[in-house]
Design a binder for this molecule. Sequence first.
Ligand SMILES: [Zn+2]
Length: 96
Amino acid sequence: MNVYTADGPGEWSLMRDPAPEAPSAVYEMECTTCGHTSGATEDAEAARRWAVRHVTGCPRHTGFREITHGFWRALPPESPDFSVTPHSRERPAANA
Ligand SMILES: [Zn+2]
């Protein structure tokens, strides 16, 4: 598990978002000529197939930028337990 923490106590940490609904990555292809995009998808190959369809229709649009989105979660310094999701780390009330 990749966890990034600044040195010293009392620092926030950063980890890949463990939430089940968070995709590991989302991909998008963008034409560098006209700016049209594939739209975001979790299927990198689908984004690349869009680029092939785009250049087929616009043969002068041969440059593409691949954009990859990753999802991360910041954890406060008092929560060293990285094995649980942020939503389940809320402490119960003291008198509950
Ligand atoms: Zn284009």
